[in-house]
Design a protein around this ligand. Structure first.
Ligand SMILES: C[S@@+](CC[C@H](N)C(=O)[O-])C[C@H]1O[C@@H](n2cnc3c(N)ncnc32)[C@H](O)[C@@H]1O
Length: 265
């Protein structure tokens, strides 16, 4: 039987040490959302190698998955995503709803050493799904604005401003909120006490998890690293399982989870 390397049973959090291609089938989980940050093969770290077969191992776990990566990675492995049955958000052609659910993470520092191209300050994440799009849980994320229009009914019926509130028969009502944009600015963990070279900041993960996981749900992270996903899940009161292949990283993550003061969101 597979035992957790670290766990907090009260919070419903578990970390497993091992290869996600072995651990995921062994756990036989039914999760609401996967947050995957696989090796992009962009560095010389020994762990930074794409594990063929992980997309198949993840497929029975959840119908919904945020996957981080870069354009090069997504293009290189597009066939593997398709072969494992993962579609990029609302995968339709010729419908009037062509927007992908994808985000750009804009960080405060550049990640590459090259000076013959644009200073690279972003990474991407896309929402992939299995089965029918209508069955995929989606909770649009909104931010509050300083605009003093809350409750004001605008009688122009302009549909292009739906992100500001709700429609009425003869206009729309400003909710005082706006849909979050697809570019999320969050400081990277560079020189901010990171315990993993590609550690994702928790503020970046929070809206992604909220978007794809219902209250009380279960999140699975096959490439746990520093276990930022477990920290985010804990803040949101969700259950979560992470898997990490390197004992060194798993040990550091377990220490983080033990010692971190975990604020309630
Ligand atoms: C891009 S990092 C993830 C970083 C993580 N999102 C964070 O915020 O710290 C990928 C991680 O996956 C681990 N890994 C690589 N192959 C794996 C596999 N087959 N199974 C489980 N973990 C693996 C690596 O050791 C590395 O820590």
């Amino acid at each position: 039987m597979t035992s957790p390397y670290w766990e907090d049973p009260d919070a419903g959090l578990q970390l497993y040490l091992g290869d996600c291609r072995d651990i995921l089938p062994a756990l036989d989980l039914g999760a609401d959302l996967i947050i995957a940050d696989p090796p992009y093969e962009e560095t010389s770290h020994t762990w930074d190698r794409w594990p063929d077969g992980w997309l198949q191992a993840a497929a029975p776990v959840s119908r919904s998955m945020w996957c981080f990566g870069g354009l090069r990675m997504f293009m290189r492995y597009a066939d593997q995503f398709r072969a494992a049955g993962w579609h990029l958000s609302h995968d339709t052609i010729g419908k009037d709803d062509p927007d992908d659910v994808d985000v750009v993470w804009e960080k405060h520092n550049a990640s590459g050493p090259n000076n013959d191209r644009f200073r690279r300050v972003h990474e991407q994440a896309g929402l992939f799904y299995q089965g029918a799009w209508r069955d995929v849980y989606r909770q649009p994320q909104r931010i509050t604005t300083g605009v003093i229009e809350r409750g004001r009914v605008i009688n122009n019926g302009a549909k292009s401003i739906s992100h500001r509130g709700s429609y009425a028969n003869n206009g729309w009502t400003d909710s005082g909120t706006r849909l979050m944009t697809s570019v999320i600015k969050a400081r990277s963990m560079h020189r901010r006490g990171a315990i993993h070279p590609t550690e994702k900041p928790v503020p970046l993960l929070l809206p992604l998890v909220r978007y794809g996981c219902p209250p009380g749900g279960l999140v699975v992270d096959p490439f746990g690293g520093s276990c930022s996903t477990l920290v985010a899940a804990r803040q949101l009161g969700l259950r979560a399982v992470a898997i990490e292949g390197s004992e060194q990283h798993a040990e550091a993550a377990a220490h983080r989870l033990d010692t971190l003061a975990l604020p309630i969101a």
